[in-house]
Design a protein around this ligand. Structure first.
Ligand code: PEP
Length: 250
């Protein structure tokens, strides 16, 4: 019922040459896959990658956006501008933005509202630190991250968005959450969304997992009932590995 989605988060990686070689290598490898694929390069390469993806089903995504539409906000890029560049998906609340750049739950919610206002699809990242997990606070922390979005956007908050569960301790570390750990959190996210926005909204919500997904572990993770796809960092920089991940969707 829910389509699967695999998202490449290139973070601050890429170059004009890398981008071209990567896309030209990837596209023939995923020609037949029955899964939605999104590539999120750095802002400055969006237009180049958009052109490279022309005539393919792969969609363009961005890694962040501003809350505002335009004005005196030096260095910021708005959702309106992203739409102009051909972007369809925007990641908000990645743990590197929350942790390294101090983005609060409330700021992330405001960014999500800005993305929705442009009719783009937000990929809302939520997840706990190892300290939170060890202290038994996983559901509390994620509940707070979701509640901030619910407070700002009301009953329709989770309509037409994607949620990605990304335990901070599993990002870029080589540590992967077990399928059971992921399923538990994904079920909790779906329950939260059902309580907030109704069963229909919850049933259609795509919930991705992110955290050291690679060509070897993707198939096991993606076979779980409530894991609707993956947000991939490191392994999305190798076209061969990323293609294997896309093909792992059952
Ligand atoms: C990410 O950046 O969202 C991510 C999951 O990274 P990695 O796959 O490298 O852990």
């Amino acid at each position: 019922m829910r389509r699967s989605l695999v998202v490449a988060n290139w973070k601050m990686n890429g170059s004009e040459t890398f981008n071209q070689v990567f896309v030209e290598s990837l596209l023939p490898k995923i020609d037949e896959v029955n899964v939605d694929v999104v590539i999120c390069p750095p802002f400055v390469y969006l237009s180049q990658v958009d052109e490279l993806l022309d005539n393919s089903d792969v969609q363009l995504g961005a890694q962040n956006c501003a809350v505002e539409v335009n004005g005196a906000f030096t260095g910021e890029v708005s959702a309106t501008m992203l739409r102009d560049c051909g972007v369809r998906y925007v990641i908000v609340g990645h743990s590197e933005r929350r942790g390294l750049y101090g983005e609060s739950d409330e700021l992330v919610a405001a960014k999500l509202a800005a993305v929705k206002a442009e009719h783009l699809t937000a990929i809302l990242c939520v997840g706990e630190t190892l300290e939170d997990r060890d202290a038994g606070r996983v559901l509390e922390v994620i509940g707070h991250q979701l509640q901030a979005v619910a407070n700002m956007l009301g009953r329709d908050a989770f309509n037409d968005i994607v949620v990605s569960y990304e335990p901070v301790w599993a990002i870029g570390t080589g540590l992967t959450a077990t399928p059971e750990q992921v399923e538990e959190v994904h079920r909790m996210i779906r329950q939260f969304v059902s309580d907030h926005g109704g069963a229909e909204c919850a049933a259609k919500l795509q919930i991705l997992y992110g955290g050291s997904v690679n060509a070897n572990n993707a198939a096991t993770l993606l076979a779980q009932e409530n894991i609707d796809g993956a947000l991939v960092g490191g392994a999305s920089l190798k076209a061969d590995d990323f293609a294997v991940i896309c093909k792992s969707v059952g």
